[in-house]
Design a protein around this ligand. Structure first.
Ligand code: NAD
Ligand code: MN
Length: 358
């Protein structure tokens, strides 16, 4: 029997609550399927680890997870530690060296969930946002001089490379091509940013030639926010830079009902390194420890992980179980306007997995 080794990194805040729920659900799926096994290795990296050791993960941390088949991640972010330290010390310290350059963020209005958009009943909003995940605005290039003095200066430089832009465009066109509508929107800001964003646009035109069956258009990022809210049905697959897609995907999650249900995959498509799966939300300090975090974003991410591992049947079974549970408003957590707990939602999803007969 095939067995996959999964590294789990719950991190901080509600990350720990949703990842343990995710592991339970994955164990139930493997048991129901019978065709594959899952072995989990847990890593206690994050804010508490930082307080003890002065770093978010051990120096050889990446070596410890290099050989795993996939990583299930919670959140990096601790109330007592600056965000740039937790983010760069853990999440980006894995994403960037493991070259997980394609960040894939599907958004749908799941059954039983109400979009805040009054003209959206469900099918009008079915998107996948592809985020460039290795360079651009989050390349980490920049610096500060004269710190603390009146003449202090600071830069964050957005670095774009031809290789980096070409590979994310290809990935996005290929993904758009695999979806029924074969429709891609390339998000840009080349009106105001005259160098890297213009190269981004030019490479889109070049790569588009390889995909004559994909219909594509261009949208300026600010106009894109309007289109997402007013004309969601005109959008299918979207590709955007690291920063733009970061912002647009939080908007997408909110328009689909809650940040708590939104999943993401950080993919190294060439499979030279393990890929990482995580809910898009953060540590949610306001609700941590209360047992009310919505675990659906993590479950959906786990479904994407199973797809990536080559277990599409189990991935689909998990999505069916999630949708059965979201359809019942009595099983909605407070972020969706309900009163259910993480425990109740997790138990209901596990029960739906066990009852699934397809
Ligand atoms: P957040 O996602 O943690 O929370 C935003 C709001 O959404 C909060 O009101 C929270 O209660 C709610 N929310 C988020 N997830 C939810 C869930 N599963 N169920 C119910 N409600 C949910 O964003 P933030 O407040 O901007 O950031 C808090 C910390 O998390 C910061 O330290 C930040 O750096 C970190 N963070 C980490 C990641 C990551 O590791 N991928 C992502 C975003 C934020
Ligand atoms: Mn974000």
């Amino acid at each position: 029997m095939k067995s996959y080794r999964i590294a789990t990194i719950p991190g901080d805040g509600i990350g720990t609550e949703v990842v343990s729920a995710g592991v339970e659900v994955l164990e139930a799926l493997a048991a129901r399927d019978g065709g594959f096994g899952l072995a989990f290795d847990h890593f206690d990296w994050g804010g508490a680890y930082y307080k003890k050791h002065g770093r978010m993960m051990p120096e050889d941390g990446r070596e410890q997870i290099r050989g795993h088949d996939a990583i299930l991640f919670g959140s990096a972010g601790h109330p007592d530690i600056p965000d740039h330290i937790t983010l760069w010390g853990l999440r980006l310290a894995i994403c960037q060296p493991f070259d997980q350059y394609a960040n894939v963020r599907p958004t749908r209005v799941l059954p039983g969930i109400t979009s805040p958009l009054r003209h959206v009943s469900g099918p009008e909003l079915d998107w996948v946002i592809v985020r460039e995940n290795s360079e651009g605005e989050y390349a980490g290039v920049g610096g500060r001089v004269h710190q603390g003095l009146p003449i202090e200066a600071a830069t964050d430089v957005s670095m774009m490379t031809r290789a980096g832009v070409t590979r994310i465009m290809r990935f996005a066109f290929r993904l758009a091509q695999s979806r029924p509508r074969k429709l891609l929107t390339v998000v840009t800001k080349s009106n105001a940013q005259r160098y890297a964003m213009v190269m981004w646009d030019e490479i889109a035109v070049e790569v588009a030639k390889e995909f004559p069956d994909v219909t594509w258009d261009k949208a300026i990022v600010d106009a894109m926010t309007m289109r997402m809210t007013l004309k969601p049905e005109t959008i299918d697959t979207v590709v955007a830079t690291n920063l733009h897609a970061d912002i647009l995907s939080d908007l997408a999650a909110a328009l689909a009902g809650s940040l708590g249900i939104a999943p993401t995959a950080n993919l190294n498509p060439e499979r030279e390194f393990p890929s990482m799966f995580e809910p898009i939300h953060g540590s949610a300090f306001d609700i941590m420890g209360k047992g009310v975090a919505n675990p659906v974003g993590t479950f959906w991410s786990a479904s994407m992980m199973l797809d990536h591992l080559g277990e599409p049947k189990a991935a689909a079974r998990l999505m069916r179980a999630i949708e059965r549970v979201t359809a019942d408003t009595a099983l909605h957590t407070p972020d969706l306007g309900g009163r259910a707990t993480t425990r109740q939602v997790t138990d209901a999803v596990i029960a739906a997995i066990k009852a699934d007969n397809e």
